[in-house]
Design a binder for this molecule. Structure first.
Ligand code: FAD
Ligand code: THG
Length: 824
């Protein structure tokens, strides 16, 4: 944490909802006291989503970051008081399962809770009844009880945080409508309101669902869709009379009935009911009435009873006491949905000093505010925010049409059981590689990532799987083939056959979605040297694996850098955030371009890769003439390509790049040449298995900014003596790692886990799985996990749907430690 400074730069926060108030508190606590919070409505309830949020806080989520945000909200609000009462009422949370699928999913969720440090217990119907006497326990398979979840008192929490921030010098001005953002030379300079202009060094849009409106004033995309969501209250119920405890309003756990998209809380002797079961009700942020023109509040629309009717039946089914009750009041309340359901945080690169803290639930508000305040004051948040960072969206994910379609879908799916591989349904296809037609002909089963259609396996390879089965080898390579229904979803034994074929023969992988940047200019080498950890001052024609660190030595990304000419580099990167980060730092003598969309890539990998490629070119592709981690610009048949000799799957071969127009020709050329070698097309399911057998990390899953290279096992890519680079001094000061990215092999050859499961050492949760896949060559499931340093051979347990699966710490790399398959 930073030392306390007084004053600091001038900050204007737009919006005094729970996010703006929390942010003012966190900024002033860090010594940035020149903070002005503006809101168009009257304080302390200016009419945004916070003004009537019922404040349920369920912390457990597949996103570790969201759970960390929520845990901080619980901790902070629990210690805040308004009117002599805490701003958090820890009544606990109870999620019910009324279907076997949900009951199984609650087991998975209990695992997530253990992974992220949330106290949770699976309970039977009788205990559900005890916790919520109105529940008809005969309808229930069981529940997940989280005793530390509960109710945030959102408006009182705003008041309490406002008071603290005010005491440190912040001002809150209501009835100020922001109408413009002044900028000069790519920086914000002031916020214009209907009542005057406020000079600013930093502006934060915490404008809730008005984010797109404020964003437009600044020329910054804010990809969110405002949607109305129904909330109703019953008339007083005799069953609840006098039920509330010493804290106001509620004593029973907040309740979720996700099989019917419903949640419940008490309001004294009434029940509040929230529903996501209705049709999406989008609202145009640009035409929302002003506070004084709104019927109730700008974020509140009249209750549409017909939308609630089916939910009301579902409520009475679960809580029979409601059969005698009536709905007394209700409204359609508006809040924000992004295309992926996650918040939008961070500073715009095109308008420096303009920050977003958008699409944030009350649940995550304090955690988000802390992260954004750290980011602004210290230059970096302490939590990994890659899944919340506004730079995560691809260009293709920014169109209003995409934002509208995906936002509405997020609403529909908000309580669904979502498989980690589940692709979006619409809009598809959005981005396709030039090989798409061939992939379809081969029966590709596509999943989606970053808008791309990505083959996971090809039905054309079914005979290979049948062949393995006939030989009796299928069970040997795929753990008996009797996957549980969850692990079997978005999976096929064909992936095992594709992995086999890659290890034994040769396969084509569509690597087009792999992000490619071109870095050119006289300053290119010096720039990349300063930005990354490995030594890139090597001869043109060499490729280097290197890391992007932040100033604290955390891993922002891992890259391959091919030096194609003295002043021309091709960078293989991960997320759009890499481009953003590099552009932020690039000096004038460097040109940086994302060439992903205009180009394509095929990975040709396997022991027969050289036999396939060599006849297509006059250049010498022998090991002696074209070594491992070397690059060459050549032609394969009619197609000019850039060939990089490297392989994320750990086999001999090349990544072959060309422009998009020639992509199909490249694929066909390779396919024809490969016929005599039995070439197949292989998908990402096999790919992920092969890379885990080799121990190659996937950034964003296995390692993030929260980890140093030493901890993540990629210290080999750091050259401390090459000169200064971003993160170097932090690495020098770093001590011995307290945790390590650790390879595990599940003991039972039939067992599988998928990722994010808790890992138990000596019976206690000690870490979590980052990524996992069956290792078809090893005949065991491979799981990487963050754990305290452990000797190889140590026995641990991975919890999968409530079962403790034995596993053993393994030695890396698990496959081909001598590199005989690659270096030949
Ligand atoms: P807001 O509270 O909307 O604040 C934004 C502020 O910006 C507003 O006060 C607005 O007046 C101001 N503003 C906008 N434009 C301008 C401008 N041009 N000039 C000046 N000021 C401007 N979340 C949970 O975690 N748990 C729940 O149980 C829950 N239930 C919900 C139930 C309903 C019915 C609704 C509608 C939402 C619910 N939410 C819940 C979501 C939650 O309420 C919001 O996500 C959260 O309150 C957003 O806070 P905010 O500070 O970002 O936005
Ligand atoms: N191909 C290309 N660029 C990439 C990836 C890729 N950039 C992003 C991401 N994938 C980077 N990840 C890796 C991880 C491991 C390796 C390559 C890219 C790899 N490692 C070898 C090892 O660890 O033994 C060699 C390392 C070395 O020699 O320094 O091959 O898939 N273009």
């Amino acid at each position: 944490m930073s030392g306390i400074r007084t004053g600091g730069p001038r900050v204007v926060v737009i919006g005094a909802g729970v996010v703006g108030c929390s942010l003012a508190d966190e900024l002033t606590a860090r010594g940035w006291t020149d903070v002005t919070v503006l809101d168009q409505g009257p304080l302390p309830a200016p009419g945004g989503s916070t003004s009537h949020a019922p404040g349920l806080v369920f912390r457990t989520s597949p996103s570790r970051t969201l759970t960390a945000f929520a845990s901080y909200t619980v901790e902070k609000f629990g210690a805040l008081e308004a009117d002599g009462l805490p701003c958090f009422n820890a009544v606990g949370g109870l999620e019910l399962a009324t279907t076997p699928e949900r009951w199984a999913d609650l087991h998975r969720k209990a695992g997530l809770a253990a992974s992220w440090g949330v106290r949770a217990e699976l309970v039977g119907p009788a205990r559900c009844k005890e916790l919520w006497p109105l529940v008809d326990e005969t309808k229930v398979y069981g529940g997940l009880h989280t005793p530390d979840d509960g109710l945030a008192r959102a408006v009182p929490a705003c008041r309490a945080q406002m008071e603290r921030a005010r005491a440190r010098g912040a001002r809150f001005l209501d009835r100020h409508t922001v109408t413009g953002i002044e900028r000069d030379d790519g920086r914000v300079t002031a916020v214009i309101t209907d009542r005057g202009t406020f000079p600013a060094d930093h502006v934060v849009s915490a404008a809730g669902f008005w984010g797109p409106v404020v964003g437009r004033m600044a020329g910054v995309d804010v990809p969110l869709l405002p949607l109305a969501h129904q909330y109703a209250r019953t008339a007083p119920l005799p069953e609840l009379a006098g039920a509330a405890g010493p804290l106001p309003e509620a004593s029973r756990p907040i309740l979720r009935f996700q099989d019917r998209d419903l949640y419940f809380r008490e309001h004294h002797d009434r029940i509040g009911i929230g529903s996501y079961a209705h049709r999406p009700l989008p609202v145009d942020a640009f035409t929302v009435p002003a506070y004084d023109d709104a019927e109730d509040m700008p974020s509140s629309y009249p209750f549409t009873e017909e939308d609630f009717a089916p939910s009301w039946e579902d409520c009475r089914w679960l809580l029979p006491a409601l059969k005698e009750a009536e709905i007394e009041e209700g409204f359609n309340g508006v809040f924000s949905f992004t295309p992926d359901g996650m918040p939008g945080l961070g500073e715009s690169r095109v308008l420096r000093g303009f920050w977003l803290a958008e699409a944030v639930w009350v649940t995550h508000s304090a955690g988000v505010a802390r992260a954004v305040a750290e980011w602004m004051v210290d230059g970096r948040p302490s939590l990994d925010l890659h899944d919340c960072d506004l730079t995560r969206f691809e260009d293709a994910q920014r169109s209003p049409a995409y934002v509208a379609e995906r936002g509405a879908q997020q609403f529909v799916e908000v309580y669904d059981v979502i498989h980690p591989l589940q692709p979006m349904e619409r809009p598809r296809p959005l981005r396709v590689s030039p090989f798409y037609a061939r992939q379809q002909e081969l029966g590709a089963v596509f999943l989606e990532g970053g808008g791309w259609e990505r083959p996971h396996w090809y039905e054309a390879n079914a005979p290979l799987a049948d062949g393995l089965r006939a030989e009796g080898r299928l069970t040997e390579v795929m753990g008996l083939g009797e996957r549980d229904p969850w692990a079997a979803r978005h999976w096929s034994p064909i992936a095992a056959a594709e992995a086999r074929a890659t290890r034994e023969k040769v396969a084509l992988y569509d690597m087009t979605p792999l992000r490619r940047l071109e870095v050119t200019g006289p300053g290119a080498l010096a720039f990349l040297q300063r930005m990354t950890t490995n030594n890139l001052a090597r001869k043109p024609g060499s490729v280097t694996y290197t890391l992007l660190l932040d100033a604290a030595g955390g891993i922002r990304s891992d890259l391959t850098v091919a030096r194609l000419a003295p002043d021309r580099f091709q960078v293989g990167a991960n997320s759009p955030a890499d481009l953003d980060w590099l552009l932020r730092h690039a000096p004038a003598d460097v040109r940086l371009r994302d060439i992903t969309s205009g180009t394509c890539c095929v990975g040709v990998w396997g022991p027969l890769a050289r036999a396939l490629v060599q006849p297509l070119t006059r250049d010498d592709f022998s090991h002696e003439a074209f070594g491992y981690f070397k690059a060459k610009e050549t032609c394969l048949g009619h197609v000019p390509v850039t060939a990089l000799r490297l392989s994320y799957v750990g086999e001999l071969g090349w990544e072959l790049y060309t422009t998009a127009d020639l992509g199909l020709r490249l694929w066909d050329t390779l396919w024809e040449a490969g016929r005599e070698h039995g070439v197949i097309a292989a998908g990402r399911s096999a790919f992920n298995s092969l890379r885990l057998e080799k121990g190659y990390r996937a950034w964003g899953h296995d390692m993030t900014t929260e980890h140093t290279p030493e901890e993540a096992g990629v210290g080999f890519a750091v050259r401390m003596n090459k000169g200064d680079f971003v993160g170097r001094s932090a690495l020098e000061a770093a001590g011995e790692p307290a945790r390590k990215l650790t390879p595990l092999l599940l003991d039972d050859p039939a067992a599988v886990v998928l990722g994010k499961e808790p890992v138990y050492v000596d019976g206690s949760p000690a870490g979590y799985v980052t990524s996992a896949s069956y290792g078809y060559t090893l005949g065991r499931c491979v799981a990487y996990a963050w754990l305290p340093p452990l000797e190889s051979g140590t026995g641990v347990h991975v919890e999968y749907f409530g079962e403790k699966v034995p596993a053993t710490v393994a030695e890396e790399p698990l496959f081909d430690p001598e590199m005989t398959r690659i270096r030949r």
